[in-house]
Structure formats: C-alpha cells, structure tokens
Design a protein around this ligand. Structure first.
Ligand code: PRX
Length: 644
C-alpha cells in the first residue's frame, strides 16, 4: 500500500498546497522492470557519462549497422545521435517481433465509436503495413518525401504512419479536428507529395467527413510551393465521397493486390521520421522534426522504465495520433516494447460518460495513460460510472500535457486506481519526443508533481540569466544536456531553432515552462512562460490565435492570453480593438468566438472576448500580453516569470 506521509516540502515552498505523499507499493516494486538499485546505478552512470547511459539503451534495439559515435556535438545545438548507425523504427515496431512469440500476439485492439472493433496480431499488422508500404512505393513515393496524414484514430492511421516510415518517407500527422486553413498551411509547409485521409468517421454520434476538408485545403495551396500528387482515402464510414480521377485513390484498391512482404528501408539514424507542427513562442506553428535513431532509443527506454511494460500488458494511451503523445506512446513506443495497444476512435463521453470505463473492463486494460482534462471531465460525473465497471485489471496510471491538480490526481488515484495503481505524471513536449521528468513505479509520489528528471536527462530551474534558483522559487525550466529523441530542427528554419530554444538561456535548452523544485528535488510545473496557450494539453500560440481573429474584418488589433479553465486547464481570452464604424459591437464577442472556432477548429476554446479601446504595448510597439495575463490572474507583471 502507498502510505500517506506528512508533507515536508509544502511549508518550505508555500507555492502549491500538497497534502500527502505516497510511498511505492511493495508488490509493484518487487516486480518492477527497474529496481531501486538499478535506478540508482542508472542515475550514477548517467551523471558520470550520459552518452554511455544512452548507448546502453540503444543496444536494446535492433540496428542494421551499429553507430560509430554515440553523439556528435561538433555543430551544437544541431546534435547528431548514433552517428553512422543504420536503422528503421518500424523494424523495431514490427519486423523483429515476427521471429518471436510476439508474432501471434495482439498488437492493436481498435474500437470504433459505434462499438465495432478490429484486432490485429503483430503478424497481421506487419502484413498490412507491408502492403500499404508497397502501394506507396508504387505511387512513386521515395525516401525523404513528405506525407500528410489527416485522420482520427483508425487502424489505417497506424498503418499509414508505419508504412510511411517503413519506406523512409516522412509523415506529418495533422489532427483531424483542424480546419481546411490549418491543414493547408501544414501541407504547404511540409511540401507534401501525398495526403492520406478517410471518407468519414464517428465522433459524438455524428459522421464527420474529412475528405471535403482535404479538397478545400488543396484548393488553397499555392501550387508553386507544394504539389500534392496523390490523395489516399480509407473507407471507414462508407459515406458518399467526392473523388478526383487521377489524384484520389481508395486505400482498399491500392492494397488489394500488394504482396504481404516489403523491404524495410535502411535509414541513417539521423534521417527524419516525422514532423509535427506545434506552436512555438512566436509566429506560425513550426514543424518539429524527429529522427529515426534517437527517437526510437529515447521512446523505448522511457516507456519501458516509466510504464514498466510487461509481456501481458494491455496499454491504452488515450491521445489522438495527431499529437506527439499519440506518436511516441500510443503507437511507436508500445509497439517497440511488444505490448498490446488499445486505440479508440471516438468521443470519450459517447454515448455517455462511462465509455472509458467500459473500454477498460471490456479489454482488461492494465495501463491507462490520459490527460488531466479528461480526468477532470470524468470526475465531474462522479463515482457511479467507474463503480459500475470492473477496473481491477488496472495496475498503472499515467498523465500528461498539463499540470495535474492534486484534487483530480487524488480522484484518479482513489476512485480509478483503488489506491493500488501508482500515477506516472510525465512531463515532456513535442520537442523532447520522450518523457523527460517523471516518476517510476518505484518512486515516492507527490500529487501535482512530475517527480524528478529521468536518468540521462539533466533538468534544472533557472532565472532569466541561467543561474539556478533555490528550491521553492519559481523559475524557467531548462535541460542542460542533449537527449536522443530531441527534435533535430524546426523544418527549414534553423535560425529559429537556435534562437527560440538554445540561445535564450546560455548553454541550455529552454523549454518555455515555468516551474519550481522542492527540497527533495521534485519538479512542480506551473505553466508556460511564453505566449503559448495550453488548452486541454494542446498548444496554440497567441500569434496564431490573434491572426485568426484579425482575419475578421471588424477586428483591427488583438491580444490572446491563456486564462484558467476549470476543466481544460486553460482557455483563451481575447482583447480586441474593434474597427471604428463596426456595426453591432455588442454582438462582436460572440461573432468572434464562433469565427475563431471556424478558422482554427474546435480545440481553440475561447472563454471570452473583451472589446477594448487600446492594448498595452512596449515602447517598441510589441503587445504586452504578460501585462494582460497578470491582470486577468490578479497578479503583478513581475509575478509571472518570463523573458520579455
Ligand atoms: O507546458 C508543458 C505542458 O505541455 C507542454 C508541451 O506541450 P506539447 O508539446 O503539446 O506536448 C504535450 C504532450 C507531451 C509543456 O511545455 N506539459 C506537458 N506535460 C506536462 C505539462 N505540464 C504539466 N505537467 C505535465 N505532466
């Protein structure tokens, strides 16, 4: 049993109310993949020689050719990992299981929103991926070509991602809730040659149709900058779908006669595997580029250690494939470890708020990894729903994306985990590719804290000049050494990569988060330090929000800031200067709310729009968003750490 202990750090810090700590459960510790002794040895090795630590992690995976050098720092911050190594992440996700007892084990259990399900063994998934990989090759796609995938959580999404990686192409999955405008920007920025989508899918009892959105996005493209040659459409909802001859192909037609074996492209460890667009500190979303070798090493090691994966585990990460969590820990990571993955298509509250618990009991899920927003939503429905299901198969719980408030943590721990399942609150980012700060099942847990940096990760809290701040003092979260699954660049913007991440705090990676450490070295994340709003764990930059609102003719100036939201963590508040002479200014807030949602998609949750006469600015004319945010939070501007 985890036994509560009086809190020592609370009095020292006074920053966050933390009432209990929980000791690790003896039955979990005795069976953990990593024992306390091994953890201590790993920390020691990583502290003395972090390259040796990561080299050992790399040796657990299959390589076509061993690396010559673990890390090349000669062009820092453009680090290169496992230099000279040849590999392919898909070899580790699929190919190498085919010669082991995993061959006939379930790799993927997928459930559609209406309740239908599809199951794939490792062998079946391997063959499906091979067929689609051959089909992509036949369409003329080559290593290095970019493929945009615009689909929700479907088996074909997994197949498309793995097939793309298998042939050495680079995928960029775009969350299916994004609008045609956002999709077009991402297709254009990636200079994609192909787009993969589906005819329709189920969400909250409705059939949504992404193919017309793809068509609209393609109409918006500047053909001088990007030319999409192929659109592949998977059947899911069997709804009428416009198809353009020559360009559009049905997924089923392409794979029907393809052989179930296909060559796995031998990639350089540093070759790109995928891009994911996310909001950085300024301007449009940037394409974070991840590479085969380092990505697979970092993700495999951290998943194996943090979620303690056993051969019998049924692992469910509720994230959508369109986010990094969906990449690293819903698909690539668990397949590398040979686990059985559960994936769900639809809305978590459909047809009612017991859906998650129904899935857990139906499939005997052992590890559930979700977001605080989802837990808070479910908590709002009380204990009756979870009490109606057998959740006794669960042995570990996890959380990611936002600060997990202790109240929701305790609900998850007591009501869902029966005080028997440690909660792994993992801190990481699209940029980091893997967990960076997290407890292990053998760790002491403090509700609301993300624990300590994992072995091989050197994290700290510093002031604006890079000087470490004492325990209990808020500062900026930085990483002091490179790590294998780090993003390699911002696509086609090396200057921004250096400027935004590596030059803000000398010698460090700047994460953009405000955090503090307690006397025991536990990290407590407070939120973003930059102009990024974190809505339900999804990042949207103030600049992107403002540009959406400013495309409305009645808005002439705008500032977007994140404000607290009881369920989603944060939502957006806009301050807008209206066009002089605009009619119906009283109705403008509601009009702009709806407009932003249409422009950016449903993740852009706008809490309020305030019409103002002017915006606060610096002498150089930059909008002082921090001042607006401080006002909203009832703080002084100096109480919000930041760099500007
Ligand atoms: O602010 C931190 C928050 O999410 C940001 C990263 O967002 P994204 O790249 O979309 O990746 C989300 C999933 C990995 C971070 O800068 N964040 C992430 N995990 C946590 C968190 N905040 C508090 N606690 C966490 N566990």
């Amino acid at each position: 049993m985890h036994t509560p202990e009086p809190d020592r750090s609370d009095a020292a810090c006074g920053l966050q109310k933390e009432e209990q700590v929980f000791r690790p459960l003896s039955n979990i510790v005795s069976r953990a993949n990593v024992t306390p002794q091994e953890y201590a040895a790993a920390l020691e090795l990583a502290a003395s020689d972090f390259k040796a630590y990561w080299e050992e992690a790399a040796e657990e995976l299959g390589w076509f050719k061993r690396w010559e050098n673990v890390l090349d720092e000669s062009e820092a911050p453009f680090y290169r990992w496992f230099v000279g190594g040849r590999c392919n992440v898909v070899y580790n996700c699929l190919d190498r299981h085919i010669d082991t007892p995993n061959k006939n084990k379930l790799a993927l259990i997928w459930e559609g929103e209406p309740g239908d399900s599809r199951k794939y063994t490792y062998y079946e998934l391997y063959r499906e991926v091979n067929r689609f990989a051959s089909a992509l090759r036949k369409l003329g796609l080559l290593p290095g070509d970019r493929i945009v995938i615009y689909m929700p959580n479907l088996p074909e999404t997994v197949i498309a991602m793995l097939a793309s990686a298998k042939i050495g192409a680079v995928h960029s999955v775009v969350f299916a809730g994004y609008s045609a405008k956002a999709l077009a920007e991402r297709i254009q920025a990636a200079e994609a040659k192909a787009v993969i989508t589906c005819d329709g899918y189920y969400r909250n009892g409705q059939v949504l149709k992404p193919k017309p959105v793809v068509d609209q996005a393609l109409e918006r493209l500047d053909s001088r900058l990007a030319e999409v040659e192929h659109v592949v459409v998977a059947h899911r909802a069997h709804v009428e779908t416009p198809m353009r001859k020559g360009r559009d192909h049905w997924f089923d037609d392409l794979v029907r006669f393809e052989p179930p074996e296909a060559l796995t492209e031998v990639m350089d460890a540093e070759d790109p595997l995928f891009f994911l667009y996310t909001s950085g500190v300024a301007g449009k979303p940037k394409g974070m580029v991840h590479a085969h070798g380092g990505f697979m090493v970092g993700v495999h090691r951290t998943l194996d250690w943090v979620f303690d994966i056993k051969p019998t585990d049924i692992f469910w990460c509720t994230a959508d494939a369109g986010w990094v969590t969906g990449h690293s820990y819903a698909i690539y990571g668990p397949l590398m470890t040979g686990a059985t993955v559960v994936m769900y298509e639809g809305h978590p509250l459909y047809p009612q708020a017991d859906r998650i618990w129904r899935l857990v009991s139906r499939y005997g899920i052992t590890i559930l990894y979700a977001s605080p927003t989802l837990i808070r939503m479910l908590m709002g429905f009380g204990v009756e729903f979870p009490a109606a299901y057998d959740l006794s198969t669960l042995r570990l719980l996890g959380s990611v994306g936002e600060t997990f408030n202790p109240e929701a943590w305790m609900w998850f721990y007591k009501v869902i985990g029966r005080q028997q399942c440690p909660i792994m609150d993992t801190w990481w980012q699209t940029e980091t590719g893997m967990f960076m700060i997290s407890p292990l099942p053998i760790s002491l847990l403090k509700p609301g804290s993300v624990g300590k940096p994992l072995p091989g990760v050197e994290a700290d809290i510093v002031d604006g000049a890079g000087k470490p701040v004492p325990p209990g003092v808020r500062g900026l979260l930085v990483i002091k050494k490179p790590w294998p699954s780090m993003f390699r660049e911002l696509y086609k913007d090396p200057a921004a990569y250096k400027r935004e991440y590596w030059e803000k705090i000398p010698g460090c990676y700047y994460a953009g988060d405000v955090a503090w450490k307690d006397e025991d070295g536990y990290f407590w994340i407070q939120g973003r330090a930059d102009d990024v709003v974190n809505i339900a764990g999804h990042r949207i930059g103030s600049a992107e929000l403002e540009s959406a609102v400013l495309s409305h003719p009645d808005a002439v100036e705008a500032a977007a800031v994140g404000v607290p939201d009881p369920v989603r963590g944060e939502a957006v508040k806009f301050f807008v200067v209206a066009r002089s002479g605009a009619e119906n200014v009283d109705e403008l807030p509601e009009v702009l709310k709806a407009y932003v949602r249409q422009e950016l998609g449903p993740m852009a949750v706008v809490q309020a729009v305030e019409i103002v006469d002017s915006l606060p600015k610096t002498c150089s004319g930059k909008i002082l968003r921090r001042a607006l945010k401080a006002r909203e939070l009832g703080m002084g501007i100096d109480d919000l750490p930041g760099l500007d």
